[in-house]
Design a protein around this ligand. Structure first.
Ligand SMILES: Cc1cc2nc3c(=O)[nH]c(=O)nc-3n(C[C@H](O)[C@H](O)[C@H](O)COP(=O)(O)OP(=O)(O)OC[C@H]3O[C@@H](n4cnc5c(N)ncnc54)[C@H](O)[C@@H]3O)c2cc1C
Length: 435
């Protein structure tokens, strides 16, 4: 599968040598709204190849999945078939070994195709929640699990959020207790908002292995596991949550009641889970930023098209500055957020190779800022797209209402706007910590 992706990337390198520098602008029949200057050939190849797969899943497919709460399993399978789920996973386990900028580009191409957040969420956890496993897992864990996730046999979900602790991750209460003299942990607790748990075979689970009262620092005592979600096994119950957008992918409450998992599912050292999970969190922010950008550009493209075509009072509505200026404003916000996003993604990759020369908070601020800016820019674009369509903005067949519903996801998850503002206030402005 990696060979498939690498063939495309190396073919693009060859073609790039023979193309004029403005190649990026002439690769599609209609000039894309997003300025492609500065992206590498690898990134543009990823963008084109993923967009080609997405083109087989038209807006009507996503409308139907959304309206009928139907899992887009054909879409997940199509990306798995060509190896894209392993874009940022190591080559020795079947991945492509590319970086977070390329993975971000892939996620952006997905949402921008019209698949929206539903398309992204259908595969998202397979791409980023597997990162801690790839870095901290044992050889056996990696060999047994990663290829099956990449080839689409197993889907995975990410189990962090809990109903009673919310954004206070360090207080989470789900407890994994090692049963004396066995190789088994027993898990008891509750998770909420777990995307794709209905269709996932695996969960990357964050749970307490030492109660909060017994640790010196709240960052201690958490552990990360890669567990089976075996619905026939006693002690596991899932309940679907009805939600506003991205209805094609399920969101769930997950109840564990003495659910037994083998000790071999522990990723890295016991009680080191928070440190391990931090590794994936900044990458996740970059991917979410890319997803938000794609959604925003998709909405803006629709709005610009409609503003050219729709004639009222004898002229295209886009001739009115009341319509044109907010769209121009939305474009500039998306472009600015794009620069922040790919800057953060590049910094993430550099931080992995540059031997701690990038301070941890510099990276955190860049990745959080990117997610914040991209989500807000997407919201502006989606809202303007609905309003530019007038009444038709409210109709399902024009898609922009779906985009608007979905653009709240990157504003809320995986970390809220308010918590990012708290973080920047504290780490950059050095204001007193407020939480
Ligand atoms: C569609 C969707 C999919 C999701 N998928 C997953 C998933 O797959 N896995 C997973 O683990 N989680 C998932 N989540 C959960 C998501 O990460 C959380 O909803 C998010 O982190 C917010 O947590 P909370 O809902 O508990 O909000 P709360 O912690 O209850 O916060 C509520 C509000 O109060 C604000 N607030 C709280 N404290 C402060 C403070 N000190 N200062 C300022 N404001 C504050 C917050 O910003 C927020 O606006 C998903 C959520 C959604 C909506």
């Amino acid at each position: 599968m990696f060979r498939h992706i690498s063939r495309q990337v190396s073919r693009s390198k060859h073609v790039a040598n023979t193309r004029p520098p403005w190649r990026a602008f002439s690769s599609t029949t209609r000039r894309p709204l997003m300025d492609l200057t500065g992206f590498t050939d690898e990134q543009l190849t990823v963008r084109d190849a993923v967009a080609n797969i997405c083109a087989n899943f038209p807006n009507t497919y996503w409308q139907e999945c959304d309206q009928n709460e139907k899992d887009p399993k054909e879409f997940h399978a199509a990306l798995a078939k060509d190896g894209w789920l392993g874009i940022a996973l190591p080559e020795e386990f079947g991945g492509a070994g590319l970086g977070i900028p390329e993975a971000t580009m892939m996620m952006q191409a997905i949402t921008q195709s019209g698949a929206g957040m539903a398309g992204a969420q259908a595969i998202h956890a397979n791409v980023y929640a597997t990162q801690p496993l790839a870095k901290f897992g044992t050889e056996q864990q990696k060999e047994e699990t990663i290829p099956e996730i990449i080839n689409g046999t197993w889907r995975t979900c990410f189990g962090v959020t809990e109903p009673n602790t919310g954004l206070e991750t360090l207080k989470l209460k789900t407890l994994a207790t090692r049963k004396p003299n066995t190789d088994v942990y027993s898990v008891t607790g509750q998770k909420i908002w777990i995307t794709c748990a209905q269709v996932a075979s695996k969960m990357i689970l964050l749970a307490r292995t030492t109660p909060l009262e017994e640790v010196k620092k709240p960052t201690e005592g958490l552990s990360l596991f890669c567990i089976d979600l075996d619905r026939d096994h006693p002690g596991l119950d899932l309940r679907k949550i009805k939600k506003m957008g991205g209805r094609a992918v399920d969101a769930n409450e997950v109840f564990f009641d003495n659910y037994e998992i083998p000790a071999s599912t522990l990723i890295g050292q016991e009680n080191e889970g928070f440190r391990i999970i931090l590794h994936g969190m900044n990458a996740e922010r970059c991917l979410l930023a890319g997803e938000a950008l794609g959604l925003g550009y998709a909405a803006l493209e629709r709005a610009a098209e409609y503003a050219q075509e729709r004639v009222v009072f004898g002229r295209a509505i886009g001739q009115n500055q009341g319509i044109a200026h907010p769209l121009a404003d939305a474009y500039m916000k998306l472009e600015a957020a794009k620069l922040a996003t790919y800057h953060a993604a590049r910094m993430f990759d550099s931080s992995r190779t540059s031997d701690n020369t990038i301070p941890v908070h510099t990276l955190g601020v860049a990745c959080n800022s990117a997610k914040y800016l991209a989500a807000e820019a997407a919201f502006t674009a989606c809202e303007r797209a609905v309003l530019s369509h007038g009444g038709m903005g409210y109709a399902m067949e024009y898609d922009v209402e779906r985009y608007l519903r979905e653009c709240f996801v990157p504003r809320i998850a995986p970390v809220s706007r308010e918590m990012i503002l708290n973080y920047v206030s504290e780490k950059v402005l050095q204001l007193p910590r407020s939480y």
